[in-house]
Design a protein around this ligand. Structure first.
Ligand code: NAP
Length: 289
């Protein structure tokens, strides 16, 4: 059986480190604040926002949640973003996605000041790290950065490895491909129009699946000893959360595998917290942060 990569544990370690830094800052009278903008009452968004709030409390980041009704006009959201951009007390701004249809998601994200865009979804942040993700203060998209942190935790060297990423979204597949290439991996990005996906997966040293379909990756698609990173969040027939990978059978051929829940998910939130601290550091130009 392959090693199970314990994302909860890696996230916990990171929280301990972040909390130590935040405690030190508090001693010198500084505080860190994350603003979360939520529109409507989407059940999944409620859970995501409440989880983020809980983690903020746990590590000592102040969180301010701003909730708009589902039919809010775009200019009202943009006005709030402007206020938050200009408020020196606010270090990070996150707009919980998805947004209702009348709102232009891209326009709203692009209005967040780049140095407060802790999800790192804006063109400027994506563009900067595509050119050079080694810039220390660069805000990196949370899920790809969290995946890289998990691989680092297990001392997995990417150099020369063939990484197959099944996802081409702007928040997962594309940025992750860039991070992996910068670590000297050979990357193949697959999507719904990819032909011979099974054959391509069979050649992978690392498979990252972010499709959103349970049991999408089966044992016959996986080379013996491959590393499986499961980003998908789905429900099984009993309503339990599960990933894209048929965990029970694939774990026997994989050398490392992330579980769902408890793999990539906790790392996504952990990287958001790290980004918030990084953003505060860059804003204050202080070496303390
Ligand atoms: P998305 O934008 O819909 O991306 C899904 C990707 O899967 C697309 O690139 C799509 O291809 C591809 N795909 C769909 N069917 C396929 C098929 N039959 N063969 C090959 N590729 C196929 O969704 P997303 O927002 O990136 O999220 C994907 C999944 O990851 C969801 O389950 C989501 O909940 C989860 N997620 C988890 C985290 C976390 O922190 N754990 C973070 C983000 C997302 P096309 O581009 O051609 O449509």
């Amino acid at each position: 059986m392959g090693n199970i990569i314990d994302g909860k544990n890696v996230a916990r370690n990171l929280y301990d480190q972040l909390k130590e830094k935040i405690d030190r800052l508090k001693e010198s009278g500084k505080s860190i604040t994350l603003a979360v903008v939520k529109v409507g009452d989407d059940a999944a968004s409620e859970i995501y926002v409440s989880n983020k709030k809980k983690i903020c409390e746990k590590i000592g980041i102040n969180s301010r949640i701003f909730t708009f009704p589902p039919d809010i006009k775009e200019d009202k959201v943009l006005d709030l973003i402007q206020i938050l951009n200009e408020d020196p007390e606010i270090n990070g701004i996150l707009v919980q996605l998805p947004l209702p249809k009348q709102l232009n998601e891209r326009k709203i994200i692009e209005n967040i000041a780049p140095n407060k865009d802790v999800d790192a979804f804006s063109y400027i942040n994506v563009g900067r790290f595509v050119v050079d993700s080694s810039i220390k203060e660069a805000l990196l998209p949370c899920t790809p950065a969290g995946i890289m942190r998990l691989l680092d935790f297990e001392d997995i060297d990417l150099s020369g490895k063939h990484c197959v990423i099944i996802n081409r979204s702007n928040i997962v597949g594309k940025p992750l491909a860039m991070l992996m290439v910068q670590r000297d991996a050979t990357v193949t990005i697959c999507h719904s129009k990819t032909r011979n996906l099974n054959d391509i997966c069979k050649t992978a040293d690392i498979i990252v699946s972010a499709v959103g379909r349970r049991n999408f990756i089966t044992k016959d698609m996986v080379k013996e000893g491959a590393i499986l990173i499961d980003v998908g969040i789905n429900r099984d027939s009993n309503g339990k959360v599960c990933g894209d990978v048929d965990f029970q059978s694939v774990k026997d051929v994989a050398s490392f595998i992330t579980p769902v829940p408890g793999g990539v998910g906790p790392m996504t939130i952990a990287m958001l917290m790290e980004n918030t601290l990084k953003a505060a550091g860059a804003q204050s130009k202080s070496d303390e942060i």
